[in-house]
Design a protein around this ligand. Structure first.
Ligand SMILES: NC(=O)c1ccc[n+]([C@@H]2O[C@H](COP(=O)([O-])OP(=O)(O)OC[C@H]3O[C@@H](n4cnc5c(N)ncnc54)[C@H](O)[C@@H]3O)[C@@H](O)[C@H]2O)c1
Length: 278
């Protein structure tokens, strides 16, 4: 549990059925916030919502602007005007780009990038008219560390970082804050069947604590874990060739290409539509 207190703050969390979104919702609830969950997995979000005692648990497809508008309207009815929107829903199919179907390339960009933009378009006008609000976008360290085997995902998260920063500047002085959260690999179904570098692995609770603190005290950007953030900052200071050499020695170029355990990842791939049928 985070020490931050957010009594009565209304927070809408996308992709809240499981993983990082679920943990964020739990920590925010413990901090006194009224939390509304949205997810494309309606059965899972309903179960998570009742387990957490959420103000509402709703169907949401972040790729569909009408669905997002409906989600926010219902969130307001259930809990009051939305103070904070957490754009957390995201997918990460992995493998060599040449083997990625057109459908899944488009899907990654639709969920990870357009999903964030749709949410911002839907939530921002009301926040601006109230003169306060906070949009928190869950990006990734992968947005700053291009990694073989996740080219489209890296591109999507880099897009989220650029979008968040531009919106932060565009809304400066309006009372509406924009923040990007950059988690390292985090123990959820999203990394199933991969050998994500253990030394850099975070727990969903680490991200949730950071987000809870971030809402209490808005900042431009937060990296989770601190150690991963320090490693990234150090990497930026060293010559590129050294960084690439070290990454290859660690076998990073194989982790999300040749060394993926497809059987262990089958459930995740099915859930996000990464199947031969697309
Ligand atoms: N797990 C990691 O290693 C890691 C690291 C850095 C960033 N992230 C980011 O954190 C966020 C959450 O990831 P996670 O690890 O909890 O994944 P997860 O798969 O455990 O949960 C993601 C949730 O998003 C939902 N979702 C997917 N598409 C949706 C859509 N179109 N509309 C609404 N909901 C949708 C899923 O149903 C699922 O419940 C993602 O944006 C991810 O890119 C994860």
């Amino acid at each position: 549990m985070s020490a931050a207190r957010l009594p009565g703050t209304v927070v809408a969390v996308t992709g809240g059925a499981r993983g990082i979104g679920c943990s964020i919702a739990e920590h925010l609830r413990d901090a006194g916030a009224r939390v509304v969950l949205g997810d494309i997995d309606t059965a899972a979000v309903a179960a998570t919502g009742s387990r957490l005692g959420a103000a509402a648990a709703l169907a949401l497809d972040v790729t569909d602007p009408a669905s997002f508008a409906d989600f926010l309207a219902k969130a307001e009815t259930a809990a009051g005007p939305v103070d904070v929107l957490i754009n957390n829903a995201g997918i990460m199919p992995v493998g060599r780009f040449t083997g990625e179907s057109d459908t899944i390339t488009r899907r990654i960009l639709e969920v990870n990038v357009l999903g964030v933009m749709n949410g911002t378009k839907a939530a921002l006008p009301q926040m601006l008219s109230r003169g306060r609000g906070h949009i928190v976008n869950i990006a990734s360290l992968a947005g700053e560390n291009p990694t073989p085997g996740m080219a489209t995902y890296c591109a999507s998260k880099q897009a989220v970082l650029g979008f968040t920063e531009a919106m932060r500047l565009e809304c400066r002085g309006s009372g509406v804050h924009f923040s990007a959260v950059l988690p390292t690999f985090t123990r959820t179904e999203l990394i199933a069947g991969t050998k994500a570098p253990m030394g850099l692995l975070a727990e969903p609770e680490d991200v949730a604590r950071a987000v809870t603190r971030l809402i209490a005290r808005p900042r431009r950007r937060v990296t989770v874990t601190r150690a991963a953030g320090v490693a990234m900052a150090f990497n930026k200071l060293t010559p590129r060739a050294f960084g690439e050499f070290t990454a290859r020695r660690m076998g990073v170029h194989r982790i999300f290409t040749d060394e993926v355990d497809r059987a262990a990842r089958a459930d995740y791939d099915r859930r996000v539509g990464n199947t031969p049928e697309g």
